[in-house]
Design a protein around this ligand. Structure first.
Ligand code: 5GP
Length: 184
């Protein structure tokens, strides 16, 4: 499982793996956030309403979930259970709150923390993305500060200096431990 602060580059890493490593299975989360330009329902996320999200949660169909900067995000449990039952590798991208829930629900999961090269670089990336308003950006920076404190709860830290390098390290980890669910 891949986790780490917002804007550290988790989704860029996951995007690169989606593009270059079709043999790595990626979990598709549900979110109540609106799609960003270029995002496709069923690929980056399943975009759902608050009500649909609540129904999934109440029906026990989410392995983990978190509220993040005003929106809800969750991992559908069914798809992950199928992968685990088949002993096939898979990768989840979740925030730190979600990582803790996956740790409790799937004790064998490999938790990978993606760290920024520095705090200034994290701020620069969040600002450069330009997809969020000032308020949302401030919320995300505050969340990132908390999330950085959680690094010691993870099994492995990868520093995101270069996307190709982190992808190669992550793919090597997933392939070395194919029966574990890897989270970023
Ligand atoms: P974004 O809105 O930038 O796509 O994602 C915001 C945050 O939610 C990121 O830190 C991302 O990793 C996290 N996230 C994405 N999907 C999930 C999920 O299924 N569960 C949890 N807990 N966090 C998620």
């Amino acid at each position: 499982m891949l986790s780490g602060p917002s804007a550290v580059g988790k989704s860029t890493v996951v995007e690169a793996i989606r593009r270059d490593c079709p043999d790595i299975w990626l979990s598709t989360s549900v979110t109540t956030r609106r799609p960003r330009p270029g995002e496709v329902h069923g690929r980056e996320y399943y975009f759902v309403t608050e009500r649909e999200f609540r129904e999934m949660l109440e029906a026990g169909r989410l392995l983990e979930w978190a509220r993040y900067a005003g929106n809800c995000y969750g991992t559908p449990a069914g798809q992950v259970a199928e992968r685990l039952a088949a002993g096939s590798p898979g990768l989840l991208e979740v925030d730190v709150t979600g990582a803790r829930q996956v740790r409790a629900a799937v004790p064998g999961a490999l938790l990978v923390f993606l760290a920024p090269p520095s705090w200034n670089e994290l701020v620069r990336r969040l600002t450069a993305r330009g997809t969020e308003s000032g308020d949302v950006r401030r919320q995300r920076l505050a969340a990132a500060k908390d999330e950085l404190q959680a690094e010691s709860e993870f099994d492995i830290t990868l520093v995101n200096t270069s996307v190709p390098e982190v992808c190669a390290q992550l793919v090597a980890l997933i392939k070395a431990e194919p029966s574990r669910l890897t989270g970023v």
